[in-house]
Design a protein around this ligand. Structure first.
Ligand code: F1P
Length: 350
């Protein structure tokens, strides 16, 4: 198999995987996954590690927006090291959601054991199942078989599944329809932008940073992680407007500034992109709709033109970062299927 072939196949295979997952969700009794009383009376805590922690953040933002429930995201390690910060004894109405592609990550399993010791019911969301699926009957195991070390379709599928659950319990059938439209929309966008993304990645940069606000911020985190994992290139992430408050000192023509532009914050977020272009940065921008001025400030402008709610677009923004990381890695002569220093699962002794 050629370098990166498995990872690229799984990135480009996402439309079919999303379609399969959405079909499975439509045929799943989701009620049994919910807490044993009103789901909207809980503080939802989304927990994961690495990519799955960034996914947890995107899921928390989605639940707040779609289901209007209190929700936040925490790395599994935080609950293990500072439980009093995240599972305060005075707040028994927490409903944790443990997210793990492998279902084998030690920190996540340890959190599961802590929750069981405290008698706190929780939901597990996984692709492989394994030990995590044995910790609770409230397990959603998605039909995603992902062999690559880095997480791609597993991230997008588990996020879609969690958004589906929030929409279903909030009665947002329009949002579920929007999710069902994504597979064909992504196929359309691959036709338009996949080769441009591959061409763009033939450049090399001294520094890479991705900027976003709101529910797109966890996507900027994950895009940066994909670039670090798949190409061993250091990449940072910031809230877009925060970039002016110091980090922009890194900007030069050898620095890539990627902007994930939201619809809600477009005017202020795109002003940062324009300013960084004027400072000489190489720029990439993803937006649902561009204005001519903003498009002209992006060396690569990916316009999604999706007729779906902003939250349903998150996974489509992500895909271009997955591709960029992989193509950057190949450009550097690396093999994204076997990323340096990484293993598919982090298991810790004792
Ligand atoms: C979590 C994780 C991944 C990372 C690498 C090692 O995995 O940290 O985010 O990319 O694959 O494992 P999981 O708990 O979701 O299986």
């Amino acid at each position: 198999m050629k370098a990166g072939e498995r990872t690229l196949r799984e990135i480009y295979g996402q439309p079919a995987v999303w379609r399969r997952c959405l079909q499975a969700l439509a045929n799943t009794n989701l009620d049994i996954l919910m807490p044993d009383k009103d789901p909207f009376s809980f503080q939802w805590i989304f927990v994961g590690c690495g990519t799955s922690y960034y996914l947890a953040q995107a899921a928390a933002a989605s639940f707040k927006d779609l289901a209007a429930v209190p929700a936040n995201a925490v790395p599994a390690s935080e609950i293990l090291l500072f439980p009093e910060l995240h599972l305060p004894v005075w707040n028994p109405t927490v409903f944790p959601v443990l997210i793990s592609r492998s279902g084998r990550t030690s920190e996540v399993l340890e959190v599961g054991e802590v929750l069981k010791e405290r008698g706190i019911q929780f939901l597990a969301v996984t692709c492989d199942g394994n030990e995590l699926a044995e910790l609770t009957h409230r397990t959603l195991k998605l039909p995603v078989v992902e062999e690559s070390t880095v997480m791609t379709s597993s991230f997008s599928s588990m996020l879609i599944a969690l958004q589906y659950i929030a929409a279903k319990f909030a009665g947002r059938l329009d949002f579920i329809e929007a999710l069902n439209a994504l597979p064909s929309e992504l196929n359309r966008l691959f036709e338009l932008y996949a080769s441009q993304t591959e061409d763009f990645a033939r450049q090399s940069f001294e520094d890479v940073t991705f900027l976003a606000q709101g529910p797109l911020y966890p996507i900027a985190e994950e895009v940066s992680l994909k670039i670090m994992e798949s190409s061993s290139t250091y990449a940072q992430f910031f809230h877009s407007l925060e970039f002016r408050h110091g980090p922009k000192s890194i900007v030069s023509e050898k620095v890539l500034v990627g902007c994930l532009l939201s619809e809600a914050g477009f005017a202020k977020e795109s002003a940062v992109l324009i300013e960084m272009k004027e400072l000489g940065a190489a720029t990439l921008a993803i937006a649902n709709k561009f204005t001519p001025a903003v498009r002209s400030s992006a060396d690569l402008a990916i316009e999604l033109s999706l007729g779906v709610p902003e939250l349903a677009r998150l996974v489509v923004y992500l895909v271009w970062g997955q591709l960029l990381g992989c193509y950057f890695g190949l450009q550097k002569g690396l093999d994204p299927d076997s990323p340096r220093n990484l293993s598919r699962v982090v298991t810790l002794a004792g």
